[in-house]
Design a binder for this molecule. Sequence first.
Ligand SMILES: NC(=O)c1ccc[n+]([C@@H]2O[C@H](COP(=O)([O-])OP(=O)(O)OC[C@H]3O[C@@H](n4cnc5c(N)ncnc54)[C@H](O)[C@@H]3O)[C@@H](O)[C@H]2O)c1
Length: 446
Amino acid sequence: MPRPRRRTDPAADLSRTLVAAIEANTATVSVIGQGYVGLSVAAAAARAGMRTIGVDLDADRVASLSSGQQVVPGVDDELFVEAFATGRLGFTTDPAVVGDSDVVLICVPTPLIDSRPDLAAIEGAGAAVGRYLMPGTLVILESTTYPGTTEQVLRPLLESHGRVAGADLLLAYSPERINPGDHAHGFAGVPRVVGGLTEHCTAAAAAFYGRLVDIVHPVSSCRAAELAKLLENTYRLVNIALVNELAQLCADQGIDTWEVIDAAATKPFGFQRFEPGPGVGGHCIPLDPAYLTWQSRRDTGRPFRLVELAKDINDQMPSYTARRIMDSLNRRGIAVKGSKLLALGVTYKPDVGDVRESAAIQVLAHLSSWGAKLSFHDPFVTSIDEHGVKLRRRRLTEDLVRDADAVILLTPHATYDLDEIAGWSSLLFDARNATGRRDHPDIEVL
Ligand SMILES: NC(=O)c1ccc[n+]([C@@H]2O[C@H](COP(=O)([O-])OP(=O)(O)OC[C@H]3O[C@@H](n4cnc5c(N)ncnc54)[C@H](O)[C@@H]3O)[C@@H](O)[C@H]2O)c1
């Protein structure tokens, strides 16, 4: 009796073929969007041995990168230089290159407009690449977004030219989780979460990232991977809000917030240290949780209460910090109106050059609206023109510090010699407890 012929699953075959190509270093990669996320992963893929092409709409950026100039803030220069030197990393503005790619990554911006997710760039990228995709291509979305985007928004665009995701096209989501300015956790050291449309999609995506990072963590769906990313950043938002509100309670009760946090942090389990500050910034923690709150209200009509409350608390921190600075001046008989205030550090966190959503600038906006005369220094920022605050950087000198009624340390970059600055200041308001000198008569800590 003839044996029944084994039915083969075409998607399984495509996935196996792709995994073999990835492992043999013959797979080719294109990365749509050459911002911080896209350029980092493109460089990592090229360094790992895969021929990689970065695609961006911005012709100037493409021209600079093509000539070996790393022009994207925050990208690891060493990674870029190493990758570029291999000759495997190229750049173009033409999305047609995806027709020659085995793996296509989409790393385009997903901003909020009026607190609503704006997926126009994902839609634009999906529409641009859809027509060129060949059978067996693996498409992975890396942009941060709400659960369902890969399947409900990107998938139809990719399928509009006849391909079928999960059959002749492999589709997955994998969030970028890298922490700008964090040299302890480089690209390879941050585990990758991957979730595919089918198990074959997940397997192919896991094989791809397995070449770039030490640990890959597969999950059962694109939606689980999308939500995992939002959970991580929402967790930070909520815990930062908790210590920000604790700091206000401590100030009212005359308790030292930092002593309390130090004490709680001695617990070896069940507690993770978060620290208060003038507010959350950057374009991840303040924004990403809004995808969740927006989706919850859209799909169920219910607010995601804890997250909305956390956002409110954090949003009030710049004005709270400004009021605390006003109180400190007041205690010394100085009116905020007309006072000379020198702000140190205006980026959203230490040792990065990013001022997006920076709470420090919002603190300055409050102080400026009350009539303070502001000046600022930041090693990474030459001028500010935001929230009505328009300033050029001053040179940080002893005279400048001594001339100020108060120095406001908002973002403690590593280059600041805090002992020296504290010695020159008549009043140092330390919004991050960077000096650790809460008992000093001329230092006030948030
Ligand atoms: N920067 C971070 O720290 C970080 C971390 C994790 C996740 N993310 C997420 O990753 C995504 C990308 O972030 P980013 O910081 O790299 O963005 P970015 O704004 O720095 O860069 C995006 C790039 O995409 C290009 N682009 C937009 N539409 C395009 C298209 N259709 N075709 C080709 N290029 C296109 C833009 O010209 C720009 O150069 C966002 O969803 C962001 O939320 C960012």
